[in-house]
Design a protein around this ligand. Structure first.
Ligand code: ADP
Ligand code: MG
Length: 287
């Protein structure tokens, strides 16, 4: 019932020359599902003001994969992310984090799940200005009453390259450094899945490249699962998969996206969108 896309990007057993990779590719548990939706629907407003932001969306996100979610403004990208992350509740349909159907959870259990199993990276970094970089990184786990594993904390600090900046406040950091703090904060709790909404939207191209390489390596090397909303084809090319939304529907699903293939697909969707818009305008009907 799930789309074949998740299997498209799996390695074909027996095609690997490296023995460790071959073993990994044959392991049946390589990519279990980190999160999925079933007929996820979100409608805002009612009557004439009603907006169907998501229309019966079925999608699944495999573990240890980096998925880019693309689509024109207003296509439902943020709504999808917010519903899957338990920040917004669906009008109908279901969301599963691992095996947990989050619609069945009490508010307290949902808050706990979000805190313990989900990480967030926002366009605007969302760091606490009065705390140092290190304090910001440790904050979510401190709130949860957990202590990060010191070896893992050190490893994360080194891979994001923040060793020299730990005592700095956010105002003393560049945008790229601030976003690295936010990435470290998300990674240190080892969440089941990290959601990033336009994480490079406020960064110059050099800092964007650093953050995206870092996110891609946390997937490839650390097995992190990441779902990233972006409208930037270059950013999407860092992912293992690019999903395309239009008018609340998933309209395409590319494995191993390159910037060129993403650009081509975006062009086709814009063309279809404009054609639909002009038909509507000329005959006064909406489908
Ligand atoms: P995207 O992130 O792809 O730009 P969104 O998920 O933010 O799209 O929005 C999808 C649709 O839902 C848009 O038509 C938007 O105007 C509408 N929408 C989003 N949030 C709200 C809200 N809180 N109230 C009413 N409409 C909303
Ligand atoms: Mg958005």
């Amino acid at each position: 019932m799930e789309p074949a896309a998740s299997t498209k990007i799996r390695r074909v057993p027996g095609n690997e020359t490296d023995p460790a990779r071959r073993a990994a590719s044959q392991a049946p548990t390589l990519n279990p599902v980190a999160a999925r939706t079933s007929a996820l629907t979100k409608i805002y407003g009612d009557g004439d003001a009603q907006v169907v932001a998501l229309d019966h969306v079925d999608v699944s996100f495999d573990q240890a994969r980096f998925t880019a979610v693309m689509g024109p403004s207003g296509s439902g990208k943020s709504t999808l992310m917010h519903c899957v992350a338990g920040l917004d509740s669906p009008t109908s349909g279901q969301v599963f984090i691992g095996g947990t159907e989050i619609g069945g959870l009490s508010d307290a259990k949902l808050t706990e799940l979000r805190r313990d199993r989900i990480g967030f990276i926002f366009q605007s970094f969302n760091l606490i200005p009065t705390l140092t970089a290190l304090e910001n990184i440790e904050l979510p786990m401190a709130i949860a009453g957990r202590k990060p594993d010191p070896d893992w904390l050190n490893h994360v600090i080194d891979i994001v390259g923040l060793r020299e900046r730990l005592s700095h406040k956010p105002s003393q950091l560049s945008g790229g450094q601030a976003q690295r703090v936010a990435c470290a904060r998300a990674l240190v709790a080892r969440p089941d899945i990290i959601f990033a909404d336009e994480p490079t939207g406020n960064l110059d191209s050099t800092s964007s490249g650093e953050i995206l390489s870092f996110l891609a390596s946390s997937v490839a090397d650390l097995g992190q699962t990441i779902v990233m909303v972006t409208h930037d084809p270059s950013a999407a090319s860092y992912a293992n998969r690019a999903l395309f939304l239009a008018d609340g529907h998933i309209v395409d699903d590319l494995a191993d996206p390159t910037r060129e293939r993403v650009l081509e697909r975006v062009g086709q969707l814009d063309h279809a969108h404009n054609a639909a818009g002009s038909t509507q305008a000329s005959d006064g009907q909406s489908a």
